[in-house]
Design a protein around this ligand. Structure first.
Ligand SMILES: [Fe+2]
Ligand SMILES: [Fe+2]
Length: 400
């Protein structure tokens, strides 16, 4: 929470939800304008404010949500700059300087693009097993664990996720007993629930297919930091709304921009043109993808998840996260849309666009949260992001 925040009921509710009995009060960096002019601190503040204003060029900092999100984003940017952490280059930073190439005509369809990626034709074998368990209403908790056990590296990743302090706090908050260490999948099933663990496993099992992001587009760690940031935000938003499918929201957040990886690889000239125009015309990147490609990365990602027969609800959350005009599919996509805005606003990684997408008013209204509710969730999300990144990248080098 930014310096000077007055705790109210929504903050306390969120502290209770995270089961935090006490918090440390840190001295925050002075907000822009308070430091004496021309001191190194004032220069850092000024540069940070400029960077965050640019990031919010499509998102009104004086709107209901902007009023709470902008100071949080600025506070994080000031802290990061004061600590000497340089933001890793986002792809769009280079797009404006990239030499102009002839813009190819729009592509026929998302399906045509997916056909050119042979390894995406079918997901890993373990995925098929878990997917069968999820589709079969008579399957048992042991079936879910058994299907995951076939892939030891997947099982290890899931156990690291489930052993995170997030689950232990959530369990304590609902009065459940959390085993000191979840060392077997059967116990993980007890903590998360069989179907939700299988959904988590589905999402994590396909991640190795997306390891080779061409580095000149976006650094892979930065891409996954954005994806995990969106995942933890989506999970926290779903929990704050009392939904019982928070793991589905987590997986949809994790995979929401995978369509962009396919575009980086299979339609790089189109993407270069879209990025160049997004930078020059200051328009949202997804809107320019639609003009240059004929569809955006969300539609492409949705197409891929449909091909793999992911649960339909999860596929729609990905497919419509930038298209909130379809009232039939508003609630799920709205969770991902808000989580994506939040992760981009806070500068958690990046997937190619450095501007916060404009918040869709109907999506915000659908979620029924207050701006203060949302702001109170951010510190917990930030802690969980660090922890989850560590469980995916234990050595800070390898892929998820
Ligand atoms: Fe997106
Ligand atoms: Fe995104």
């Amino acid at each position: 929470m930014p310096k000077g925040t007055t705790l109210d009921g929504s903050h306390l509710k969120s502290l209770l939800a995270w089961n935090l009995p006490d918090v440390s009060v840190l001295e925050a960096a002075a907000p822009a304008g308070e430091a004496a002019p021309d001191t190194p601190e004032a220069l850092v503040d000024e540069a940070a404010e400029q960077a965050v204003r640019e990031r919010f060029c499509h998102f009104d900092p004086d709107s209901e949500v902007g009023r709470v999100l902008f100071p949080l984003a600025l506070d994080r940017e000031v802290r990061r700059r004061a600590a000497g952490v340089q933001r890793e280059a986002a792809a769009e930073d280079d797009a404006a300087t990239r030499a102009a190439v002839e813009v190819p005509p729009p592509l026929a369809s998302p399906e045509a693009l997916l056909r050119d990626e042979p390894k995406l034709v079918s997901p890993p074998e373990v995925y098929q097993r878990i997917s069968e368990v999820l589709r079969d209403p008579t399957s048992t908790v042991e079936d879910a664990a058994a299907s995951i056990r076939h892939d030891p590296s997947l099982a290890a990743k899931l156990l690291r996720l489930v052993n995170s302090s997030f689950y232990s706090r959530t369990m304590r908050a609902v009065g459940g007993r959390f085993p000191a260490k979840v060392d077997s999948l059967s116990r993980a099933v007890m903590v998360v629930g069989g179907r939700q663990l299988a959904t988590l496993a589905l999402g994590v099992s396909v991640l190795p297919l997306f390891q080779d992001i061409p580095p000149h587009w976006v650094n892979m760690r930065v891409f996954w930091e954005h994806s995990v940031g969106c995942a933890v935000a989506a999970q926290a938003i779903a929990l704050a709304r009392g939904q019982d499918d928070a793991e589905t929201a987590f997986v949809a957040g994790l995979l929401h921009d995978i369509g962009r990886i396919v575009v980086f690889k299979q339609a790089s000239h189109h993407m270069a043109a879209a990025m160049r125009r997004a930078a020059a015309e200051r328009q949202p990147l997804y809107a320019l993808e639609r003009e240059t490609l004929g569809f955006d990365h969300a539609e492409l990602g949705g197409g891929l998840l449909r091909k793999w027969q992911f649960p339909a609800h999860l596929e729609k959350m990905v497919r419509y996260h930038h298209n909130l005009d379809e009232p039939l599919f508003l609630e799920g996509p709205a969770v991902i849309h808000l989580a994506d805005c939040l992760a981009t606003a806070m500068g958690w990684g990046g997937s190619g666009n450095r501007h916060v997408p404009p918040l869709h008013p109907a999506a915000w209204e659908e979620l029924g949260l207050s701006a203060e509710d949302l702001a109170a969730l951010v510190p917990g999300m930030e802690a969980r992001l660090a922890e989850t990144m560590h469980s995916f990248f234990p050595d800070r080098a390898g892929p998820p």
